[in-house]
Design a binder for this molecule. Sequence first.
Ligand code: ZN
Length: 500
Amino acid sequence: MKRIFVAIVLFGLSLVPGFAQTSNRLPEYKLQKAELEAHMRFLASDELMGRRTGEPGNLVAARYIAEQFRRYGLDNAPSLHSYMQTVPLEKMGALGKGDLFVGKDILRSGQDWILMSGGSSDIKAPLVYAGFGLENADKGWDDYKGLDVKGKIVLLQSGSPEATAPLEIITASDEKRRIAAEKGAVAVIEIFKAPVPWNFVTKFFGGERVALSPGGTPTTLPHAWVNGQEAKFTKMLRAVDEVRFQTTGRAVQTVNGYNVVSYIEGTDAILKDEYVLLSAHYDHVGVGKQGGQPYTPEDSIFNGARDNAFGTVSLLAAAQALAQHPPKRSVLLVALTGEEVGLLGSKYYASHPLLSLKKCIFNLNTDGAGYNDTSILAVIGLDRTGARAEIETASKAFGLDVVADPAPEQGLFDRSDNVSFAKMGIPAPTITPGFRTFDAELMKNYHQVSDNPETIDFSYLLKFSQAYAYAARLIADRSQAPQWSKGDKYEEAAKALYGR
Ligand SMILES: [Zn+2]
């Protein structure tokens, strides 16, 4: 009797339009393979020349994404009048020529040292050693105490008493230059010592570079990194009290990049005040030498089909599906630029958000090196970010299993845009196409000219995109916001952000 009653009630409810809508009537079930394939073939086409940040192909990709948002009927972010968030960038030219004359020795640019910043100059000035070259009253650091460096060249060590990891050492370097300029120094020589091979440093920092524009007047102070792994250079520099710093300088050009942003208002009168942030980077590494990997005259374009046209297509699929049938919470979609050149688009967004980050309950990022198992999708940070159930349900709905954190040795959580949001406290995993290990099969295409759209499994692209869109919906429909797991390294940031 009871059973029959339940059956009657359910039957009755199913006649109420929109109420008992079964999940397979949701728009993500109706996404079209041919449409997603067309996105992929455009975004990863040779004509876009590897979508390198600061280059025309990247801007064409941004325009394409914006016009798809328009076609699918998405709104602008409430505080923007277009789909474009301008990301001011600084494009630095390749290393010029130069020498440091130290006593009787000559240190060659590009070999013994590299110019990190600064225009053409030829300066002969006293050399003053100023430790790490940092000031921080809270921490009791005052490396310039009692020193007058006006008109002088400062000699510094890289890093700080706290900064020992390569990324921290590199980040601290800009601060050192800023302080030295403030003190009236005319150049900086930094003894660069980090657990990174020197040839990697010269390759990565010696070539053309793109960075976020620091704003204001750019400092023209010549700043050298000397190879600190060679003890003899440190000895030479500490033994003299005057140096001649000669360089042809590096050209700096200000250019605009764009994060492409759209917005879907939620349907629940209260929950729509909160939102889920969906993100995928659309930039890649460019063409020829820019790619940093082997290329041939026949194929010199790094198409970035897997990295990350794949994720960008998933983002467009989510835009299409969620706009047709919005979830309870609002959704902000951000196609990010500048990931390959240092997570620039997400860093910029995190410090210039278009909606309050406090209201952002979750970031579902999608990015990938490639895939070698099309029966799964992999999630970086799955068990740290509190939405395993939704991601699993969404994946299973499209016949995919979920693998949590394959290849932990790669430290992938901190290598994609999700980390820019995680640092702010927002639970932020990255959904990536299926792989179980970083094996030869995966590396065959990762950042290689062979990462072409013709080699994409489009049926898998469809399933992956459907799972991504559906997972986003389920998370945006949750009654409670997902939480970091207890003791996670970003839990403190979450407390600060959400005040709980
Ligand atoms: Zn990527």
